[in-house]
Design a protein around this ligand. Structure first.
Ligand SMILES: Nc1ncnc2c1ncn2[C@@H]1O[C@H](COP(=O)(O)OP(=O)(O)O)[C@@H](O)[C@H]1O
Ligand SMILES: [Mg+2]
Length: 343
């Protein structure tokens, strides 16, 4: 898959623009604050429907009310136009001119490799859940839909747990456990496929230690309802649902030691890159072609084997947009970033 053109209007600090991208490696170089990350973020948002901005307003240029991003994509099965409009707390997507719900947006696919990816390994379980959820949402429209439904049910159940008068939780237990069980089953399947791919990439990156990924679950699909009933008093005391996929983790270990506690920064960076490569492989299989690869700040990667791996990866896919304070050698297009403009 590749991006042919990108149009942005009032997206963060990006100047209104229409950019055309060739196949191959597109090098986007410029100083800090130029808008390189914002450009990749806008591509990722319009292609996948995903953003980790705390508030959608942050994506709209300060002083403006609305932002717009449009991408024309070339896929093996034809061309496609994706659009997203952002306003106060809301967003609207179109695929080939037709309004869609975000979770039906499966026409575009992108993988974003960022320096912050190390947090996946070193940070809290929430980041790893978000990684799995984002991956599964791009692989299965059903997953994206069930996840949104689960979150709604969970919020209602938590509200009932906090209510002054005690509600009968039976109906919420049934909803949360049945949807939650499906989410758990899909996560089990994807993490089982993720592990061998991540291990392979880890070896290719020169990682000598034994990398393992495993889901740590707070309940099981079979026992979810009973487990909820067993934790009743604790839940009322805390005012929240204490078990379920929203509390699970994807444990990562090297030679049996949990990476969050024991991995060095370099090891964490290598694992994070291996996870991104595994993500790229799974999406390639799902879509029948590699996604657009977005690599943010490649020159920040100082380790020679990781640097080589990143550049090889960028050169192995139909298209990669690669940003940095330095140019990528031998790119098919060299863009200069300066104050939200690219030329
Ligand atoms: N909503 C917004 N409106 C205007 N400017 C913004 C907005 N969000 C971020 N910026 C600006 O974008 C710049 C950061 O751009 P970024 O893409 O991270 O730069 P870099 O080229 O270093 O990756 C900062 O100067 C920030 O002030
Ligand atoms: Mg940046």
């Amino acid at each position: 898959m590749r991006l042919r053109t990108l149009t942005t209007l009032h997206y963060r600090n990006l100047a209104p623009s229409d950019l055309a991208f060739p196949a191959g490696v597109v090098s986007i170089a410029g100083p800090n604050g130029a808008g390189k990350t914002n450009l990749l973020e806008s591509v990722y948002l319009v292609c996948t429907g995903l953003t980790d901005a705390a508030k959608l307003e942050q994506l709209v240029r300060r002083g403006e009310r609305e932002a717009y991003v449009r991408a024309d994509l070339l896929r093996i099965d034809g061309e496609s136009r994706l659009e997203v409009g952002l306003g106060r707390g809301r967003r609207a997507y179109k695929v080939d001119g037709v309004r869609v719900r975000t979770n039906a947006l499966l026409r575009g696919s992108a993988v974003w490799v960022r320096p912050e990816d190390s947090d996946l390994v070193l940070g809290s379980p929430g980041g790893r859940r978000a990684f799995l959820d984002a991956l599964l949402s791009r692989m299965s429209a059903r997953y994206a839909h069930q996840l949104a439904l689960y979150e709604r049910n969970l919020a209602q159940r938590n509200a009932a747990l906090r209510a002054e008068e005690r509600h009968d939780l039976g109906v919420w237990d049934a909803g949360v456990s049945s949807i939650g069980s499906e989410i758990m089953a899909l996560r089990r399947r994807v993490s089982a496929r993720l592990e061998p791919l991540a291990r392979e990439a880890h070896v290719a990156l020169g990682g000598h230690k034994d990398l393992r990924l495993s889901l740590v679950e707070t309940t099981t699909p079979e026992s979810f309802v009973q487990d909820l009933a067993a934790r009743r008093s604790e839940e009322f005391a805390r005012g929240s649902t204490v078990i379920g996929p929203h509390r699970d983790d994807l444990a990562i270990s090297l030679d049996g030691l949990p990476s969050g506690d024991y991995a060095s920064r370099g090891e964490a960076r290598t694992i994070a890159l291996a996870l991104r490569k595994a993500e790229l492989d799974l999406l390639t299989e799902r879509y029948g072609e590699p996604p657009v690869l977005l690599v943010d700040d490649w020159a920040a990667e100082l380790d020679p084997s990781r640097r080589a791996f990143l550049l090889d990866l960028a050169r192995s896919v139909p298209q990669a947009l690669v940003t940095g304070t330095e140019d990528v050698p031998n790119a098919s297009l060299h863009l200069r970033a300066h104050e939200g403009m690219f030329s």
